[in-house]
Ligand binder design. Structure first.
Ligand SMILES: C/C(=C\C(=O)O)CCOP(=O)(O)O
Ligand SMILES: [Mn+2]
Length: 414
């Protein structure tokens, strides 16, 4: 993380704040409304703290060391083949969460939450790394929002079936490539191979006393995810609305390892960094899936769709009907996607007005709109049915092949 912060400072992308700021509401509120730079607080409850580490495509480009215009294509070409190596054991002291500036973000949140923690877990030789929001219960206990059906949930179910607790470790302030990889739905066990491939180097992993391996980070916690359930939430999540109370697994912490003068990383829910980390990792995945259907040019998860629920896919169709297959490919690649629009190469997918132009002039709703009911969506969608069922919509806003002249906008370069 520190090398990345130095590069962001060198790029003029960091605002350093020396005035004292509270971890309760003040720091999150500043990050929410001041999202054009990384915020580096030098006194957040007396600690160093960064927020908005990745807040737009330029900062993502700096973090991953990939030119901005090549991000989606470069990441889509990854094969999750990076190498890691064991680099020894970490030294821990007893866990004490109150020693960290863990933030309370919104007034009706249930309490303080770790929001940048990458949870590493392993069971029967299968490893996983994913970000989970973690509510603070006391100095040594957290409650994790562990979404049903995802990798961590599956490993916990296996541990419980074997009458065991799931060994876990949590990193705070790892390299952004680690966080980005942990936010990506990659094949089981491949998150750190993806991060190492992005970084272009063999990545050291350090062993915790419970056997879990973690990359370098400012703070490392280790312990066990248990079968015990506790109320978790309410909590403002990606949509900016309060996600409701659910019964979720309790995590019991044993140890904590902090770098001297550690830098804490906080992510304000529904802020720019949250939207980038929830959405950008899915763009290469949708790109890969759409590339199996037709010529795909680019993919964008839009901020208006909370960076997570809406995508625009830009293609050069080979045959009529490709648009509908791209819609289905996008929904398969990102199962929390709710609405997707497929457009041609002449549409600027980063300009909502241009996308709207395509919808306004190239869509006949009786033939170009695909409605899918009874499908699993995101548990974070306030209009979900139950805890995740939903209705999805795809819009094929591409021109009819052979009739492009009727749709292309006039200009003076003809
Ligand atoms: C709860 C989740 C993310 C967060 O807390 O920001 C994951 C949501 O997973 P879905 O599959 O979209 O329900
Ligand atoms: Mn995973």
């Amino acid at each position: 993380m520190r090398e990345f912060i130095k590069r962001m400072i060198a790029n003029g992308l960091v605002e350093e704040i020396s005035e004292p700021v509270s971890s309760v509401y003040e720091a999150p509120k500043q990050a929410y409304y001041n999202s054009k730079k990384m915020l580096y607080f030098h006194n957040c409850d007396g600690h160093k703290c960064v927020m908005n580490t990745i807040f737009d495509r330029r900062s993502l480009s700096v973090a991953l060391n990939i030119p901005e215009e090549k991000l989606v294509k470069t990441l889509a070409a990854c094969t999750y083949s990076g190498k890691t190596h064991d680099a020894g054991k970490l030294t821990f002291v007893p866990a004490k969460l109150s020693a960290l500036p863990i933030m309370k973000h919104f007034p009706k949140d249930a309490g303080r939450y770790l929001t940048s923690g990458v949870v590493f877990s392993a069971f029967n030789g299968v490893e996983n790394a994913s970000i989970h929001r973690l509510e603070v219960l006391d100095d040594t206990h957290l409650i994790g929002r562990i979404v049903e059906g995802r990798h961590t949930y599956k490993l916990l179910q296996q541990a419980k079936a074997a009458g065991k607790k799931l060994p876990i470790a949590i990193t705070i302030g790892a390299h952004p490539a680690v966080t980005f990889a942990a936010c990506t739905r990659v094949p089981e066990g491949k998150e750190m191979a993806y991060a190492a491939e992005i970084l272009g180097k063999d990545m050291p992993l350090y062993e915790c006393p419970n056997g879990i391996r973690v990359p370098d980070a400012e703070i490392v916690l280790y312990g066990y995810m248990t079968a015990e359930l506790h109320e978790e939430g309410p909590f403002v999540d990606i949509s900016g609305t309060y996600d409701p109370i659910r019964m979720q697994p309790v995590i019991e912490l044993e140890g904590m390892a902090c770098k001297p003068d550690f830098i804490y990383h906080g992510i304000v829910p529904a802020g720019a960094e949250h939207k980038m980390l929830m959405g950008a990792p899915y763009e290469p995945r949708i790109y890969q899936a759409a590339a199996n259907v037709t010529n795909v040019r680019d993919v964008y998860l839009t901020p208006g769709g909370a960076g997570y629920f809406h995508a625009v896919v830009q293609v050069k169709k080979m045959t009529n009907g490709d648009g509908k297959n791209v819609i289905m490919a996008a929904f398969a690649a990102h199962t929390s996607l709710k609405h997707v629009v497929v457009v041609d190469e002449d549409i600027n997918i980063y300009d909502p007005n241009d996308v709207e132009f395509a919808i306004a002039t190239r869509v006949r709703a009786d033939q170009d709109v695909m409605i899918i009911a009874g499908v699993r969506g995101s548990s974070l969608d306030p209009c979900r049915i139950g805890d995740g069922m939903n209705v999805k919509m795809g819009i094929d806003a591409t021109m009819e092949l052979g009739h492009e002249d009727e749709f292309i906008r006039a200009d003076w370069n003809e």
